[in-house]
Design a protein around this ligand. Sequence first.
Ligand SMILES: *Cc1c(COP(=O)(O)O)cnc(C)c1O
Length: 437
Amino acid sequence: MKLQGTAKVNEAGHLTIGGCDAVELVQKHGSPLYVMDETFLREKCKAYYDAFSASGAGEVIYASKAFMNMAMCRVIEQEGLGLDVVSGGELYTARRAGFPMEKVYFHGNNKTDSELKQAIEYGIGHIVVDNHYEMDRLNALAEQAGTTVNVLLRITPGIECHTHEFIRTGQIDSKFGFPLPTGQAMEAVKAVVSCSNLKYDGLHCHIGSQIFELESFRFAAEVMMNFIEEIQKQTGAVTTVLNLGGGFGIRYTEADEPADINDYARTVLSTVQSEAEKRNLTVPRVVVEPGRSIAGPVGTTLYTVGSVKEIHGVRKYVAVDGGMNDNPRPALYGSRYEAMLANKATEANEEVVSITGKCCESGDMLIWDVSLPKVKSGDILAVSSTGAYNYTMSMNYNRIGRPAVVFVRDGQSAVVVERESYDDLIRNDRIPPYLQR
Ligand SMILES: *Cc1c(COP(=O)(O)O)cnc(C)c1O
């Protein structure tokens, strides 16, 4: 496992993150535990801010579905980024954290009336309209509220990316957005400019996730700029915002080679700039929505090893006290992770084992075939790059409570989400009168 961010190994031979000994973190906060390296998180935010926002050409909106809670909203706000939310729950969390609503974008392919009303009431910056049903209702709700809502239109540009098909959203056979190649996107622009209570600001596209080829982003920017020219010709509408979504890839295993954020920024900003000049258009403000590439590398999950089972001649199963409950990605997508023993960080790898969880489900595997030092019950296993789509995708299957989340920094740890207790698990259970005794 490659040490990232502030991760180091101390004199005791233990992994440390943010100056905190991983073994002590588990003693103090329990196991499993999500550990977020706050210094590294802020570095990631700053790298995005400097690359896109500092020049005034762009704006960075953190995709909160990757990892969200009220403390995270505070950090994102302090680092000068905006927020992309996809549900009333995320929007509510942002609001309760006091996040500036004008910097929030609301996404989703099936926003409910109550979510749209909530967004209008909060005075949200932008709503990214996904379909005609939403456009009509949003216009009506804005009219009822006596206000005008700034909107972007979500466009499906028809670009295929080299990534897992479950997380590929740019091709036209997608549940998201108005398809561009079929002419439906242009129809949508014509419809939105005639809506009395919607203000057309621009377009959005998101071509997928965990993308490594900068060429995909360059191509998306080019396709969208071509469309912006067509819009201006056919409707006269000026597009002031071009939101190119998220999707920038990260390192999960040593085989992953993500590009540099500065190269990514240069690629999209220069493409938009040169395409605008070529077509004689006003240069739109470029918005990007990184989620995984901000939160992902920053997180490490710590587990305690329990049973170790060797099937002679087949494999050795090492079971930890978490699993698909706190990280469903291997089960959902076949995602690969790397790991180390946090209490044996200086010991050489000695055996190849497979890490399994504690769920009653044979698909509950965290890592197949990982090299580790000799593993014993009670060891602390650290799995890296779990900051994105782990905590936010976690679940209570088998009535297992979600782990706590801590931020670590300069030798201090702070709980930002409490561990779920058994009482939390039964909090919404009700025994109806006819079942009472
Ligand atoms: C998921 C998503 C993102 C973030 O994607 P990452 O791969 O985490 O960077 C951004 N925008 C939209 C619309 C999304 O659905």
